[in-house]
Design a protein around this ligand. Structure first.
Ligand SMILES: [Zn+2]
Length: 222
């Protein structure tokens, strides 16, 4: 199966990087001194010198180095090998936790997109866009322009990962901190958090949200 091989390859790549401990490079490029917080680690999103909070309307507010920020996700991707090598063996370090969370979240975010996973693998390997274009065409039979490949890498992929990190945070918050309401979409039947990330607001309905989830409403429009 293509999906599995893409994901496996990414995992193998990560393992290889982890094994290359002789290639440690200088620390500090990314590490900032912060107080490790094991409790925060458990919720899969580590604010590294950063914070996540919820606004009054339930919207997510973040600052600093957090995975809900696409810019942070992009920076991690662009420096992935180096960060992995730097933090290898330092299992208590915040960077180690951040990368572990990043791996888990990006795995979830990119699983439906085998081509994106492969692209990430090539990029982490240091391949040039022109070679990636060829390799992707060979494997997936689609020729994407180098500009498109570049924009996937710079925009789309970091955004997908940040989105998944948001989902993860909201899910954690509304099950562990505050009991959130979950509702079933009347179209796709999926149970989702009654939150404006998943359901558009509707003043005339009882719970303040439409009965059809945003995903379904958007696909109906198209
Ligand atoms: Zn739906």
């Amino acid at each position: 199966m293509k999906t599995a091989s893409g994901k496996d390859a990414f995992t193998i790549k990560k393992t290889l990087i982890e094994l290359r401990k002789d290639q440690y490079v200088i620390k500090n490029a990314y590490r900032r001194p912060i107080i490790p917080n094991k409790l925060i680690h458990q919720r899969n999103i580590l604010p590294l010198d950063g914070e996540i909070a919820l606004g009054k309307d339930g919207s997510l507010i973040s600052s600093g180095i957090v995975l809900t920020d696409p810019v942070v996700c992009s920076a991690i991707l662009c420096n992935y090998s180096k960060l992995k090598e730097d933090s290898w063996g330092d299992f208590e370090s915040d960077m180690w936790y951040l990368l572990t969370d990043f791996d888990a979240i990006s795995g979830v975010a990119l699983e439906p997109y085998p081509l994106y996973l492969r692209l990430v693998e090539y990029k982490v390997d240091g391949m040039q866009n022109i070679d990636i274009q060829k390799a992707l065409e060979e494997e997936f039979g689609i020729k994407h322009s180098v500009e498109y490949i570049s924009s996937l890498w710079r925009n789309k992929i970091p955004k997908l990962i940040a989105e998944a990190a948001e989902d993860d945070y909201l899910n954690w918050y509304y099950t562990q901190v505050e009991k959130g309401k979950f509702k079933k979409c009347s179209r796709c039947g999926q149970v989702k958090l009654a939150h404006n990330k998943y359901f558009s607001k509707n003043k005339t309905s009882k719970d303040g949200f439409y009965s059809i989830c945003k995903c379904c409403r958007n696909s109906k429009k198209k």
